[in-house]
Design a protein around this ligand. Sequence first.
Ligand SMILES: [Zn+2]
Length: 420
Amino acid sequence: MNTNPGLQSIPIKVPLEQIDIKVLGKDKIRELYRAGKIPTPEAILDEIITRAAKEDVRFIHFEPMENELIIRFGNYDFLKDVVSLPVNLAENLAGIIKIKAGINAFEKKKPQRGKYVMNIGPMQFSLVVNLIAVNAGERITIDLLNKNAELPALEDLGLRGNNLEKYKKLISRKSGLIILVGAKDSGKSTTAYTTLKHLRSKEKNIVTVEDRQEYVLNFATQIIVAPEVGLTRDEALNALLNQNPNIGLISEILDNETITKAIEAVVRGSLMFSTMISRDAMSAIPRVLGLDVSPYQLSTALIGVVFQTFVRKLCNACKETYVPDFAEQRLLGVGISEGDQLYRAKGCEQCHGTGYSGRTAAFEVLEVNTELLDLIYQNASLATLSGAAKIQGFVDVRDDIKRKIKEGITSVDELRRVTD
Ligand SMILES: [Zn+2]
């Protein structure tokens, strides 16, 4: 599925294939240079990024080798070579990217990070650049995100059955803190934005504080932290409080300041969302308490923690049925009977031979009710909290993945990959 259809009509300006060193060889390239027929580095960079946007890939890799600069495109489930450029272009391209991303050009040893925004056709893209020195130069990864991409519906995030019901109940509350957790790139910010879109209405004031604007929300006030122009995170958080939002989002709980401000907003009557890195829903609670927040403070605000992890979806064009063996039946537990068929990955042209195409999320939805709040207030151990949540019907992420396996959405291999 391509989410960037508005870009398809952009013509190719630089035929990268005509300067591919793997195709032409060194001598022919030298001739092109002599004849002045190599496009400028600016035009080459522009073409690479535009093509990535058109192909809807998330990552662009610049990998300098001894004799070539390999450009690769990647997503979460594949990586492919695009073109091999003459290696002497590497330094020029790196120089331009550094200027655009506000990266120090004189620092040659430490890894660096920067960001910038670029318009491609009718869309605006957020680019985050990561750069590290390697033997042959500088290895660069650009993380490319279409800020105008269409957000999915709440029902299409991967929340199913009971999880969807519980989540809808949580977000219908008037106030409270909901923490969306997962690994980096688990899709939690998409969940956050999708939820805001689901809750939007003319009567509601929605305000966000974000370090990187991943989506443009035309129904919300988005405060983008930009210390380089004097807008620090603290100032942004204060601005959010002063806006008195009905609904708020703070992009990442990083420190005591963030969580304290989020709790303060809830006490004033807001429904607040925030994201955080955590390996499951339950352990987010001690993580937050570790930021020097008192159990009392947290228990005045927290109403839910939602964990998610992505699982790759089986390619519909090539997935094949099979009968699981005894070990797999046991792994999947109840709901699988002898002779039942499941699906597994095969690989075809459409899915670049991986057997998977696209991804969805598996969830844990933890409702923090009075009993759990009491336990948090008493500073109970993680084991005690987990035990209490299980008794109340908390379903862990493995069970959600098993459900997705039985529905033919993903595979047993994915369950093993995610939970091993
Ligand atoms: Zn396939």
